[in-house]
Design a protein around this ligand. Structure first.
Ligand code: A3P
Ligand code: MG
Ligand code: MG
Length: 359
C-alpha cells in the first residue's frame, strides 16, 4: 500500500504563498572540536569579514574532517528536545520533527528533478519524526577538469574559518584575526539551532547547523542575526549567472527554514582564490530570481508544495511502524510506503521514548 504525492501539474502549487511562521529558536546544541554533543552554544562562531585574495586550498593536508559515514539519526535533536521538555514539563507541539536538511530536500523537490532522496518517518504520540535513510544521491558527473572534489569541498569549510571568529570581535586579538588563513580547518565543531516554525497547517520543529552570527545572541524570543556562509564560483558569463540563480534556491530554502536573515557568499576563481564577498538578504532572493527572465524556480511554489505535501503526509502516516518517504531522481512524485509494521526503527532514540513514556 504505497501512496503517491504527484508533483504534476506544477500549476497547482502556484498562487499566493500559504501562511508561514517566523522560525523561533527555542533550544540549541553544539558539537565540540571532537564532535562530542554539548547542550549549549559553545560552538557558535562570529562573522568577521575575510581577506580577499586568500587561497581556499591552503591547509587541505591538515583538514580535520568529520567522519560522516555513519548515520546519526535524529539523536542529537531528540536529546535537545528531551532537555527542553524536562525544563518546561510539557511536550513540544510540533507535528513534524526533523533536520532542516531533510526539509530542504522536500521543499526543493519541485524544481530539482535530479535530486533523489529517501528518508524514514514514524508516528509517535501524534508527532511525526523523520530521519534520513540514505545520503544525497551524488551527482554523477562525467570526466571533469579542475581540482579534486575533496579539495573543492574543503573550500567551503576553509571559507568558514576565514570568515569567522570563535569569540566576539572584542574578545579576539588582532593577531588571531590576521592569522585566520593559518588556522587548522575542522568541520567537527558545529552549532545547531532548534526552531519552531510552520508551513501552511503544519507546525514543525527543525534542527540545523548555523554557520555564524553577525553580532551576538539577543534575549530569548527575539530574531537572531544568523549568517549562512556559502562559496560559489565567480560570475563571468550569463551561464554562470544562470547557475548561480539556480543555486540560490537551495541557499534560500536552507536559510528560510531556520530564519537565517543573511547569506554571505564568497566568490572564488575556478581554482579556489577568494575574489569577492557579497552579503545577500535572504528575503530578497525570491524577488531577485523572479525579476530575471526565465526564472527556474519560485519561492511561493516551494512553500505551497511543502505545505500541501506535509498535510498529505500527516494523513498518510496514521499508524505505527516505520515509513519510507522516497523521491526517485527524475520522477514527478513522492512515494510513501511502510517498511516496518511495528515500532519506530532507528528513527527514535531510546532516551526519547523512555522520557516520553514518563511524561
Ligand atoms: P559551500 O556551500 O560553500 O560549498 P553549508 O553551506 O551547508 O554550511 O555547508 C558547508 C560546506 O559543506 C559547503 O560549503 C560544502 O563544502 C560542504 N557541503 C555541504 N553539503 C554538501 C554536500 N551535499 N556534498 C558535498 N559537500 C557539501
Ligand atoms: Mg553550515
Ligand atoms: Mg554554509
Amino acid at each position: 500500500m504505497a501512496a503517491n504525492f504527484p508533483m504534476q501539474p506544477m500549476g497547482r502549487f502556484s498562487g499566493p504563498s500559504q501562511p508561514v511562521k517566523r522560525p523561533k529558536e527555542f533550544a540549541c546544541f553544539s558539537y565540540d572540536e571532537n564532535h562530542e554533543f554539548r547542550l549549549d552554544d559553545s560552538s557558535i562562531k562570529y562573522y568577521y569579514t575575510p581577506r580577499l585574495g586568500a587561497d581556499l586550498s591552503k591547509g587541505f593536508d591538515t583538514f580535520r574532517k568529520l567522519d560522516d559515514s555513519g548515520d546519526e539519526h535524529l539523536d542529537s535533536l531528540l536529546k535537545t528536545i528531551v532537555a527542553h521538555e524536562k525544563e518546561t514539563g510539557k511536550k513540544i507541539d510540533a507535528n513534524v520533527v526533523t533536520w532542516r536538511g531533510m526539509m530542504t530536500k522536500i521543499m526543493a523537490a519541485l524544481f530539482e528533478q535530479q535530486d533523489g532522496f529517501e528518508m524514514n518517518a514514524t508516528l509517535y504520540q501524534e508527532n511525526n519524526d523523520f530521519k534520513v535513510q540514505s545520503r544525497l544521491n551524488e551527482n554523477r558527473r562525467g570526466p571533469r577538469r579542475g581540482p579534486p572534489l575533496e579539495v573543492m569541498q574543503y573550500w567551503g569549510y576553509k571559507f568558514e574559518t576565514l570568515s569567522t571568529l570563535p569569540k566576539t570581535w572584542h574578545e579576539t586579538s588582532r593577531e588571531y584575526i590576521e592569522d585566520r588563513e593559518n588556522q587548522v580547518v575542522s568541520n567537527k565543531e558545529q552549532y545547531c539551532s532548534v526552531v519552531r516554525t510552520g508551513i501552511g497547517s503544519t507546525v514543525l520543529c527543525l534542527g540545523g547547523e548555523v554557520d555564524a552570527i553577525w553580532d551576538a545572541k539577543p534575549p530569548p524570543g527575539q530574531p537572531i542575526n544568523w549568517v549562512e556562509l556559502k562559496t560559489s564560483v565567480e560570475i563571468r558569463s550569463p551561464g554562470d549567472l544562470d547557475n548561480f540563480h539556480r543555486k540560490l534556491m537551495k541557499f534560500w530554502i536552507q536559510s528560510f527554514l531556520l530564519g537565517v536573515p543573511k547569506i554571505v557568499v564568497g566568490f572564488r576563481t575556478r581554482d579556489g582564490i577568494l575574489v569577492e564577498v557579497q552579503e545577500i538578504e535572504t528575503q530578497s532572493i525570491p524577488q531577485t530570481v523572479n525579476s530575471r527572465q526565465g526564472a527556474r524556480w519560485n519561492a511561493d511554489m516551494c512553500v505551497n508544495f511543502a505545505g500541501e505535501f506535509l498535510q498529505w503526509l500527516r494523513n498518510v502516516i496514521n499508524d505505527e511502524g516505520v515509513w519510507r518517504i522516497r523521491r526517485r531522481a527524475g520522477s514527478n512524485g513522492i512515494e510513501v510506503f511502510k517498511v516496518e509494521e511495528t515500532g519506530h526503527g532507528n528513527v527514535l532514540s531510546e532516551e526519547f521514548k523512555n522520557w516520553r513514556i514518563k511524561l
